[in-house]
Design a protein around this ligand. Structure first.
Ligand code: PAF
Length: 304
């Protein structure tokens, strides 16, 4: 696997790959890779000839009091995991390489950013959309892979790609979990043993919610209050948000048969974890592990 640190270097290598007619897949990450990332890389390798993994802790998407400085980093380990999972290129630009001068142009996606992390972390999705568009412009991939643990992020990027006719296919991939249910996240390393145990309340509560919906309960206010109750029963959990929204628009559900997303952000100590469950009108998990579609995912202008 090649480690490339400059945009020019990466473009040169990829231009050659494209000349040879090879299909390029991109897995954008902030590093400290885990099995969740590995599953994206493996999937990309199954579907593309050349897989680029970007590792860039993007300062633009962190708020002033967030964990930019202490965000975990381990490039050597990342390189090993990326290689093992099938990546051909690890793109690791510096902040100076990505943002050589003051950023005067950003991408701002409206409405789907009004709630959830968009509300809790002002400016976060402008930072995400901007860096992802830059990465797409640098790599020009045929396909780009994102994990559905960051459900709102997938919606935001899908909307950006659709609105701006970016010629790429977005491939949303299922959340990878620890055997006990905790969603894999680079931030899990921050958790103390006690908080790690307490954090199981998220996946357990979302599973209970799913059962409730399967049993026929569709009242969003009631579902939201049940979910809040279950999570609050864990003394170490401090809720940032618990919401039941229309899975597509990320707005309060206006009809009882809508597909919903139950999305939560909860602090355990200083660590803020997010998780979600997307549930269709019959109460089934909306996203099947073997599907590569997300409803309303952008297909406009796709190359493949
Ligand atoms: O999900 C992430 O790791 C980041 O938000 C992303 C998409 C790599 C953009 O910095």
């Amino acid at each position: 696997m090649q480690l490339i640190e400059t945009i020019a270097g990466l473009r040169e290598v990829l231009a050659e790959a494209r000349r040879q007619g090879l299909k390029v897949g991109l897995v954008p990450t902030m590093g400290y890779l885990h099995e969740g990332h590995a599953s994206l890389i493996t999937r990309a390798k199954e579907e593309c000839d050349v897989v680029v993994v970007s590792v860039f802790v993007n300062p633009l998407q962190f708020g002033p009091h967030e964990d930019l400085d202490r965000y975990p980093r381990d490039l050597e380990r990342d390189a090993q995991l990326a290689t093992k999972s099938g990546a051909a290129i690890l793109f690791h630009p510096s902040a100076q390489e990505m943002y050589p001068s003051q950023v005067l142009t950003t991408v701002s996606v409206q409405q789907v950013t009004d709630r959830l992390c968009g509300a809790s972390r002002p400016g976060h999705f402008d930072g995400v959309a901007t860096v992802v568009l830059k990465l797409l412009n640098i790599v020009l991939p045929d396909r780009v892979y994102f994990g559905l643990k960051d459900y709102q992020q997938v919606r935001v990027i899908s909307r950006m790609v659709s609105d701006l006719n970016v010629p790429v296919q977005i491939v949303p991939c299922p959340t990878i979990r620890e055997p006990d249910g905790l969603a894999k996240s680079s931030r899990n390393v921050y958790l103390t043993a006690q908080d790690r145990q307490a954090a199981l309340v998220l996946s357990n509560s979302l599973r209970e919610l799913q059962k409730l919906v399967s049993a026929g309960e569709r009242n969003a206010a009631l579902l939201q209050s049940r979910l809040t109750e279950w999570i609050s029963s864990e003394p170490l959990a401090r809720i940032d948000y618990v919401e039941i929204l229309d899975s597509e628009k990320l707005e309060p559900v206006s009809c009882e048969t809508a597909e919903i997303v139950a999305a939560v952000a909860v602090y355990f100590g200083q660590t803020r974890l997010i998780d979600n469950a997307v549930i269709d009108a019959e109460g089934r998990p909306f996203y099947a592990a073997d599907s590569n579609e997300i409803k309303n995912s952008s297909r406009q202008g796709n190359r493949s």
